[in-house]
Design a protein. Structure first.
Length: 395
């Protein structure tokens, strides 16, 4: 028939290259297609009952995205996952897929600030209440989890930005004892950590360490096949599914994941020890330091201690900001997991929704600084910090 088609029709119905069975691409292709065809209506109807093996419409499932989902589940030692457009979308999905009006969520004051805002402000519009406690107030946590209206516990480890380490085993035990769903934001610890504690849902911002280059956004919910099947319809109807080009870039980044994470952690450990020995620094927070409050738990729970270091400078806010502004290699920007080392004033970024009491409980001070260590040479990073200390504190 093609010999008789007009040229404008041929442009739309072009000849396709199909590889022979044993002639395979070394790198998985990007399936940049919204729709997928079938040889018959009957075959197409079968696809509606099959998630992950046949594809019909990319908002439901896409081969490139599906490959990433299976890859992430394997890294987290779980059965399945759903990839969405951002880390916050993964939090929304895991919550709305399991909660209804009248339910209550327990979260911690030390949680990620956008998560707190979502719980305090937006979920309340759906009739879902929340309770905030300090991660260190274990007695209150235990009592709250026993309340019948509490249906979910969401937490992260380490916490952002103060790097506190919750006792995951105890939290999960108490939650299961009271039939409370557990959601853990595992972004900071990484995909290779925390797969063994019986947590119901892991969520990740793939924007960070997973993609590793600071140029794409994505999120993932990782769990059992049963749990993923439960929330999948909501993901499809929310329309927050990840696009295939982004999925491809994240998979490409994941190929160097362990190499990068090792370097992030090595740099963070050395910077933490460097800061400990500076007179301008009041306290350093890094779970890999033996004198850190969370060291023993981190050693028990984690395979690595992460690439973020937080510290209190011994000065006021203005001097702390001057210190940040005087850094040359550290870029003032939020997020983490990029090749570039980043720095932010913690008080400015993480306490906007807090009252004075909550700020005090969080441990964040006016002079608290968070460093996200990149992949640069450690000597250059230490030199940059040293120069900033000398410029600002020896005036």
């Amino acid at each position: 028939m093609s010999n008789f088609m007009k040229k404008n029709t041929k442009l739309i119905h072009q000849k396709r290259i199909e590889l022979l069975n044993e002639n395979k691409s070394l790198i998985s292709p990007i399936y940049q297609s919204v729709k997928f065809s079938f040889p018959s209506i009957e075959e197409g109807l079968k696809a509606e009952d099959t998630y992950g093996n046949q594809f019909e419409y990319s908002r439901v499932s896409n081969p490139t995205v599906r490959e990433l989902e299976l890859m992430l589940a394997d890294l987290q030692d779980k059965e399945d996952s759903i990839c969405v457009s951002s880390g916050m979308a993964s939090i929304w999905l895991s919550m709305l897929g399991n909660l209804k009006s009248g339910d209550c969520v327990l979260y911690f004051l030390e949680s990620y600030q956008p998560t707190r805002v979502m719980l305090k402000k937006f979920l309340r519009n759906f009739g879902i209440e929340s309770i905030a406690l300090s991660i260190r107030d274990f007695d209150s946590i235990k009592n709250t989890l026993s309340r019948k209206e509490v249906k979910m516990l969401i937490f992260e480890s380490p916490t952002n930005p103060m790097l506190q380490i919750p006792d995951i085993e105890k939290l999960v035990f108490l939650a299961k004892e009271n039939s409370v769903i557990t959601i853990m934001d595992n972004t900071w610890a990484g995909l290779h950590n925390h797969g063994q504690f019986g947590i119901d849902y892991f969520i990740h911002s793939l924007t960070k360490y997973a993609s590793g280059h600071g140029d794409v956004m994505g999120g993932a919910v990782i769990s059992s096949s049963k749990n993923i099947k439960k929330i999948k319809p909501l993901a499809v109807n929310m329309g927050s599914i990840l696009d295939p080009a982004t999925a491809y870039l994240i998979m490409r980044g994941l190929k160097t994941y362990h190499l990068r994470v090792d370097r992030h952690e090595t740099n963070a450990f050395k910077i933490a020890n460097f800061l400990k020995n500076r007179s301008e620094v009041k306290k350093v927070f890094y779970p890999g330091l033996e004198d850190d409050d969370g060291y023993n738990l981190a050693k028990k729970q984690m395979k690595s201690y992460g690439g973020v270091v937080t510290f209190h400078l011994d000065c006021n806010k203005d001097k702390a900001w001057n210190f940040i502004n005087s850094l040359k290699l550290f870029t003032t920007a939020s997020s983490l997991g990029s090749p570039e080392s980043l720095v932010i004033p913690a008080h400015l970024f993480f306490t906007k929704d807090f009252n004075k009491k909550e700020i005090s409980l969080s441990g964040i001070q006016d002079s608290t600084i968070r460093l996200s260590l990149g992949l640069e040479d450690i000597d250059d990073l230490i030199f940059d910090l040293s120069e900033a200390f000398d410029r600002i504190f020896k005036l």
